[in-house]
Design a protein around this ligand. Sequence first.
Ligand code: CTP
Length: 410
Amino acid sequence: MPITPFREKTILLGVSGSIAAYKAADLASKLAQGGARVHAILTKAATQFISPLTFQSVSGQPAYTDADLWGAQAHVLHIGLAQDADLFIIAPATANTLAKLAHGFADDLLALTALALEHGDDASPLLIAPAMDAGMYSHPSTQANIATLRARGAQFVGPETGHLASGLTARGRMSEPATILGRARRLLARGGPLSGRHVVVTAGPTQEPLDPVRYLTNRSSGRQGYALAQAALDSGAEVTLISGPTTLAPPEGARLLSVRSADEMSAAVLEHAPAADVLLMAAAVADFRPAQTANQKIKKTGQAFTLELTATPDILNTLKRQAKRPRVTVGFAAETQDLLTNARAKLEAKGLDLIVANNVSAADAGFAVATNRVAILHRDGQIEELPLMSKAEVATEIIKRIIAMLENPT
Ligand code: CTP
């Protein structure tokens, strides 16, 4: 079962009257697809931009408006909604809604429900995504309201600088649904089994320059490493993602360190991993680099060209010799033959706690595909062969084993 922070969660989505309300429907849809029960509450102004039916349709749950304030269930509706919520997202939050929340107004269902939300340390988090014109956002009233809400523990995401409805390009644009989703995910992971732990993940290929326009690299896409970073974040860890060049967006909440060559990756790992609790070395680090990097583009001569390569340092081997090391170190073995024998040899040679082995010559596993079929080898000789799974599911399985190892050190 993947660690999906939205599964079985009840999320209130307050929508106030901004053109960004149309993006809130996408947010509701993505939350629902993640397994959350999404109850939308629309202000009267929001209904000018978007219909409650839109939210109902994408979430499969009722969407509420002020008309429900006066229905048969009205006396308990806002209390019930607030009590059931694991998270209250207000997106978009207009200047008016921020003002109401900051001052405790309760004159519509959204504000009333926000007021009924528990407060204090154990309270369900309130995540606010403001959207308004730049001048309204920078206005001292709005800034004071934001400061008040922050001081009470509300979290803010955005607004971003970008195109505004007024035609201006300035700060006030609501964050994209993917960003809000990432922050929501982070808030729901608080107190998870890896909270207080620092996990370093390496991902992607490295590029070894030959001249200013050419490099040697490999087919790693970084997907498995990024999925590991996300799964660690979902368990509440603080995550440093050391990534070679990829086309992937880093998971929200990870500290991204972008590197290019094996040498740069080595320097970053040796700086950050020793003090970490866990190192997940999923990067496909080049084993060789050109002996010389030409300053100018190498010209063709019409003749054969021989390239001399030198070995790059093995990062895990270097780390193994350090006095200070992470509590749990996990390596990945990319093999095209003798999978388990080669993986076992690497686990021992590199002093690992676990090695995740995959046959990178299979069409449905390994590099640049969304699925993976791995075997997990433990230090004590145990081998677990997992079926074909998504890379997110593989990541979850690995994180589960790490949690167990940290909880029951041998
Ligand atoms: N690794 C490393 N430093 C390198 C090369 C690899 O730390 N210079 C790490 C990888 O990140 C991975 C593990 O070592 O976690 C195994 O990598 P893999 O490429 O499978 O094996 P190699 O050690 O490079 O051996 P070979 O290429 O001979 O299979």
